[in-house]
Design a protein around this ligand. Structure first.
Ligand code: F6R
Length: 364
């Protein structure tokens, strides 16, 4: 049932091209730049959006915040559900609360949803599990259709959630008039490319390179992950994956925050993974990389294919296929998953059953 793979996690990593196809299929209209999400809520009626989730789903929500604010110009806040539910949140009928959950059963997220409803918010779920508890209480559900996820560490659900947010940002941006037809078509084409790009990100020579790098640093005591803008959450997710399955202590920061504290940690023993794929802010990120180098940190750079110019700043390079910046977190996440995976397997850990973790957290 693991389809020839050693673990569910690896199987699910390789299922991502199909999972993404299922998330996107039938929802993108190339000719008009419109998406059809079958959502009954009125996209023009919200003054603000609250995204609420836990763990990996929360990081997908952070990407969602970036995309929605950029493309639809609506104020968005993102909360971890365990905070939201107890902080007496400001909610009104003009609030759209979006909960994000693979299982649809996470108790903190479910209770946060109830809290948002109590305040009068309209509610939308980005959910994987059909008919799960949350879906029975939501006004609308955007299913991600990633298929069952069995590995405890979330992989395909994350990339499908992020893709769902690309579509939500398109939907909101078009309806609210902040996104031109041309921009929408451009982004829609970029979204349509995702299954193919992820397939390419899983090409054997790339996977082998990630395995080599993972093995080289598998005995590190700590890891640091940095990223900016729409890929800051890629760094957070990379650190979380590594912690969960390899038990290596990892921290993640928005790259520009490094000099405000974490830079004190850098020494020759510290591998620093930097998401430095094509972006408007790439130069800024590279200057952060130079700060790491100046303190002898080991730099592992995630670069877009063909960027040999920036490769000289790295001890090790992981190349990923070029993608439109707004969808690049999907492609980049795959490299993060594989880095965590091969680190854990190099250390002999049971990646499908990491210690202390459960697939679905239905207790507080
Ligand atoms: C991380 C992971 C967890 C879940 C979190 C939320 O790999 O799997 O952080 O993302 O427990 O779960 P769902 O999405 O089911 O609400």
């Amino acid at each position: 049932e693991k389809g020839g793979f050693d673990t569910y996690m690896l199987k699910e990593i390789y299922e991502q091209p199909q999972a993404l196809t299922n998330t996107l299929i039938g929802r993108l209209h190339d000719d008009t730049g419109e998406v059809n999400l079958d959502i009954n809520l009125n996209p023009q009626s919200f003054k603000r959006i609250s995204i609420i989730a836990c763990g990996t789903a929360y990081y997908a929500g952070l990407v969602g915040e970036y995309l929605i604010e950029q493309l639809a110009r609506v104020p968005v806040e993102v909360d971890v559900a365990s905070e939201y539910r107890y902080r007496n949140p400001l909610v009104s009928e003009n609030t759209l609360a979006i909960v994000v959950s693979q299982s649809g059963e996470t108790i903190d997220t479910l209770e946060a949803l109830r809290e948002a409803k109590k305040g009068g918010a309209k509610t939308l779920g980005v959910i994987n599990a059909k008919g799960s508890s949350m879906t029975r209480e939501l006004d609308d559900t955007l299913y991600i259709h990633a298929g069952p996820e069995i590995g405890v560490a979330s992989t395909k659900a994350y990339t499908s959630m992020v893709s769902a947010f690309v579509m939500l940002a398109l939907w909101l941006g078009r309806a609210r008039g902040t996104l031109s037809e041309m921009e929408a078509k451009d982004l829609l084409h970029a979204a349509r490319e995702l299954p193919r790009l992820v397939e390419e990100a899983l090409a054997p020579e790339r996977v082998e390179q990630i395995r080599r790098v993972a093995e080289k640093y598998a005995h590190a005591r700590d890891y640091l992950f940095l990223g900016r803008g729409v890929n800051a959450p890629t760094a957070y997710e990379g650190a979380l994956k590594l912690k969960e399955i390899s038990y290596i202590h990892a921290e993640a920061y928005a790259a520009g925050e490094m000099k405000h504290g974490p830079i004190a940690l850098i020494d020759a023993q510290l591998p620093v993974v930097v998401v430095a794929t094509e972006s408007r802010l790439l130069e800024k990120t590279i200057s952060n990389v130079q700060e790491v180098r100046a303190r002898s940190g080991k730099v592992i750079l995630l670069l877009s294919d063909g960027d040999s110019e920036n490769a000289r700043h790295a001890d090790d390079v992981l190349y990923v296929p070029r993608a439109h910046e707004m969808v690049s977190p999907v492609v980049n996440a795959v490299a993060m998953q594989l880095l965590a995976y091969f680190t854990a397997t190099a250390l002999g850990k049971d990646v499908d059953k990491p210690r202390n973790l459960a697939k679905s957290v239905t207790v507080e």
